[in-house]
Design a protein. Structure first.
Length: 94
């Protein structure tokens, strides 16, 4: 028996649109095109009451140039001075 397709909620009021959410994105050595698509995907969400924290560990590819292309007050960019772990990156974003 085929499953019913999931119906997308179109009204953010159902989610409690007054609640502020935080989105954390740790990055390291990110391909610029992939990073750009990932950031755009977050910013294009229907729910807009969020802050978006991007935490980057130093690497040969610097994501800052990609992040700066997005002029959005919800984005906060943090560049670590040294290489850390995934968990440490998430903790820095909090």
């Amino acid at each position: 028996m085929p499953k019913e397709p999931i119906k997308k909620r179109s009204n953010c009021e159902e989610y409690g649109s007054k609640d502020l959410l935080s989105v954390l994105m740790p990055i390291y050595n990110s391909d610029s095109k992939v990073l750009e698509k990932a950031i755009k995907s977050i910013l294009d969400q229907e729910y807009s009451n969020f802050d978006f924290v991007i935490v980057e560990d130093p690497s040969p590819r610097v994501g800052r140039t990609v992040v700066k292309q997005f002029n959005d007050s919800r984005i906060r960019y943090v560049l670590n001075r040294t290489r850390t772990s995934f968990a440490e990156q998430l903790n820095l974003g909090l």
